[in-house]
Design a binder for this molecule. Structure first.
Ligand code: MOS
Length: 768
């Protein structure tokens, strides 16, 4: 298909503002009479609050007010059990117990040290095992045994006992992952601005999901949702992280703004951001797998436990996704997977790019390599034998193949391993690794359910509106988080309307001008949001052609728009222009605007077995990583990562590459460097001087292979790449390290100590 904008490397539409420094981030915003607020955080991981004395802080010149739980006009409890300000007991050290509001941030910072809080420390639990111990102290009254409400999800297919009986060998393994920080470049910043006339408030800020913020701010104020307007400022990264923290901070700022009648701004320091925002959930996987001598898997029984931390509003969702993906993209006839989450008195897990899949893929792809080792097969062979292919069904029994969901995994495996010379290098390194620096090459593969699927109802809207001068406003309920959503949607609308992309203006989300389109998560921006854009643009195009038909005296169905020229396919001489039609439409009272709504509908899924339509479609990925391991220091250098992704149709190939480059580096951090270490409930490093993420000096050579498949679901056949790009490389790197050293690390990250000490399952630094 020949397109003008689709499949083109169009530069990002919002790039100029960003590179020239003109873009306005939450922290840049200023309003007349604006006050600044800072939070007083808990001093204990688990304690009853006996008394909060704010009197000394209130007397400090410049302090306007100090708020505690008693000042919250509406509900103090927000989605997921988080609090605007914690009043009864603190459950982790990021709990906010008071809010100091002052004329400048330095005064607020000084005054919060004068707030005196009396605590009665309570026994606490810091690990999955401690949380599940029989006499464990309970963190949330409603969560018996510290099991997170609704966090249990199972996938049952076939009969695992029969499958194990058929197996020649049974292998059992445990893998664990760590807390990982999003490390977005911009810490959280929000401003709440009360309306001077009406009972109405506007929140601006660094917010990933404006509609969930709107609902929670309304709850905190005790107002209606329609009295709250949330406008997203330019975002300096989020990756799933600016959700719970943005919700809590917006609620605090809104309450302070309402009570003082003045705009109130909260900007987090890096330390506060790392303390208060969510992390990637640590997961533990216990696998029991049955295999035939020829490599065929007969059964997999898996127990997966997520560490939720002190609060939760995501484990029920990340765990559902894990239940579908925990056995990988393999033809496993008999599956029993159980996933659940537990509370601990630690920093908490939430959404982070991948949403449980990087953890699942690390575990299952390590397991596949270990199965191959047991059987004397190579990592490619074991995957070729078991990979899902056309004619198979997914773990939830969705059919794959022609006319159904594409399943290009075998072909991708072949292409990627050939391009990287995988088998030859594997053999060569095994022979030549005699010195202290050892080379290794590793493989990992995955599939991923695209969009929300059975996790929650997926639905979103779009508005396309042509103005009298021919410029086009487009609005989505989904947000530009830096991933390129505005660019991709603009390409889709320009392509559909047959107009120049230069005409399009795409403002940030404002909750008063577009219906709630759900959160910008689950790699759904292009696929679901883009589909809504096509629908709105098609409707407006229909109106343009109707008017053009009247002008040209012909049937609109024979008209097409190309490069802003509207002409008849039967008689190309019969033509007019986009601008002439826009003017005509205006003169005869035709509204050139449309509001669309797209939803794949409620997933047809049995929630006890997770059999049925888990996702409308899937994407597939294959990654090969090459490493050099210094066995004397434990340092891992990631030399090269080759990453192949099925994107359906590549709407913007350069933007896809950008996603994949970033995804690889984020995964490299998870694979070899990053862990938010918690000791007795306290975080060891709360800044990026000690919490190390990959820098420009660490970035490997990267080769991105874009794979297109024929999938009719999304707009122009486009699917997802944002999360897929970061979910696989950590697993491939871990497999490459095991190849290089001959020692398998079953506990991420593969940092210096673990590389030196080899397999070490116990989480370090948990208790002194
Ligand atoms: Mo995302 S991890 O789906 O915000």
């Amino acid at each position: 298909m020949m397109y003008r904008y689709i499949r083109q490397a169009v530069p990002k539409v919002d790039i100029k503002e960003k590179v020239t420094g003109k873009a306005k981030y939450g922290g840049d915003l200023k309003f007349d009479g604006m006050l600044y607020a800072r939070t007083v955080y808990s001093k204990h991981p688990h304690a009853r609050i006996l008394n909060i004395d704010t009197s000394a802080a209130e007397k400090i010149p410049g302090v306007v007010t100090v708020l505690t739980v008693k000042d919250i006009p509406g509900s103090n409890t927000l989605f997921g059990g988080f609090h605007v300000l914690t009043g009864d007991k603190v459950r982790f050290i990021g709990d906010g117990v008071a809010l100091v509001v002052a004329k400048d941030p330095a005064i607020a910072d000084k005054a919060r040290k004068a707030v005196k809080v009396k605590y009665e420390p309570l026994p606490a639990v810091f690990t999955i095992d401690e949380a599940l111990a029989e006499d464990a102290p309970q963190i949330h009254e409603s969560a018996e045994g510290n099991i997170i409400d609704n966090s249990r999800h199972c996938l049952i297919k076939g009969d695992v006992e029969a499958g194990f009986a058929e197996a020649d060998i049974i292998i059992e393994r445990t893998y664990e992952t760590q807390f990982v920080e999003h490390a977005y470049i911009e810490p959280e910043a929000v401003v709440a601005v009360p309306d001077p006339i009406e009972k109405f408030i506007t929140i601006y800020g660094s917010i990933q999901n404006p509609f969930s913020v709107r609902g929670n701010v309304a709850d905190a104020l005790g107002w209606n949702m329609s009295q709250v307007r949330v406008v997203q400022s330019t975002l300096g990264g989020t990756f799933g992280g600016k959700d719970e923290s943005a919700m809590v901070l917006s609620a605090r700022a809104a309450v302070a703004a309402f009570l003082t009648g003045r705009p109130v701004k909260i900007v987090l320091s890096r330390e506060e951001s790392m303390l208060e925002s969510s992390k990637r959930h640590p997961y533990r996987f216990n696998f029991k797998v049955g295999v035939k001598k020829d490599g065929r898997i007969t059964a997999m029984e898996t127990v997966v436990i997520a560490q939720g931390g002190g609060y939760n509003n995501k484990a029920q969702f990340t765990n559902w996704r894990a239940s579908i993906h925990a056995t990988g993209p393999y033809r496993v006839p008999n599956i029993k997977t159980e996933v659940f989450g537990v509370y601990t008195n630690t920093i908490y897990g939430g959404a982070m790019r991948g949403f449980s899949s990087p953890q699942c893929i690390f575990a299952v792809e390590s397991l596949m390599d270990e199965i191959a080792e047991e059987l004397g097969l190579d990592p490619l062979k074991i995957r070729e034998i078991n990979a899902l292919r056309p004619g198979d069904t997914t773990p939830s029994s969705q059919p794959l193949g022609p006319g159904a969901i594409p399943a290009p995994l075998l072909k991708m495996l072949k292409d990627v391993t050939e391009k990287t010379d995988f088998l030859r290098k594997r053999e060569e390194y095994s022979k030549t690794n005699t010195g202290p620096i050892k080379r290794g090459i590793g493989l990992a593969v995955a599939f991923r359910g695209a969009g929300l699927g059975g996790e929650a109802l997926d639905a979103t809207g779009a508005m396309v509106s042509i103005q009298a001068d021919g410029s086009v406003t487009i609005i989505s309920g989904l947000t530009e988080n830096g991933q390129g959503l505005k660019t991709v949607h603009s390409q889709i609308v320009a392509e559909t309307l047959g107009i120049s992309m230069d005409r399009i203006v795409y403002p940030n989300v404002d909750t008063t001008i577009i219906p709630d389109g759900g959160p910008t998560v689950a790699s759904r921006g292009t696929m679901i949001g883009g589909k809504a854009m096509v629908m709105a643009a098609e409707e407006v195009k229909g109106k343009l052609l109707q008017v053009a038909g009247e002008m040209l005296n012909c049937n609109p169905s024979e008209l097409v728009i190309e490069n802003e020229r509207i002409y008849s396919t039967s008689n190309p001489e019969l033509s007019t222009t986009y601008m002439e039609v826009v003017e005509k439409a205006r003169s005869i009272g035709v509204m050139l605007a449309a509001l669309s709504w797209f939803s794949p509908g409620v997933a047809d899924l049995d929630h006890h077995t997770n059999q049925g339509e888990a996702f409308p479609t899937y994407v597939w990925g294959v990654v090969v990583a090459e490493v050099e391991v210094d066995t004397e220091t434990g340092k891992v250098e990631v030399v090269k990562v080759t990453s192949a992704h099925d994107v359906g149709t590549a709407v913007n190939p350069e933007n896809i590459k950008g996603q994949v480059y970033g995804g690889i580096v984020m995964a490299q951090g998870m694979g070899v460097l990053e862990e938010m270490e918690v000791e007795d409930g306290f975080v060891k490093s709360l800044n990026l001087d000690e919490y190390l993420i990959p820098t420009a000096m660490d970035i490997p050579e990267m080769d991105v292979m874009i794979v297109e498949t024929d999938d009719s679901f999304g707009p122009y056949g486009a699917k997802s790449v944002g999360e897929p790009s970061t979910e696989i490389p950590a697993a491939a790197i871990a497999n490459a390290i095991a190849h290089a050293t001959g020692k398998r690390i079953r506990n991420l990250p593969c940092n210096l100590e673990r590389v030196l000490l080899g397999h070490k399952l116990t989480r370090k630094g948990v208790r002194k």
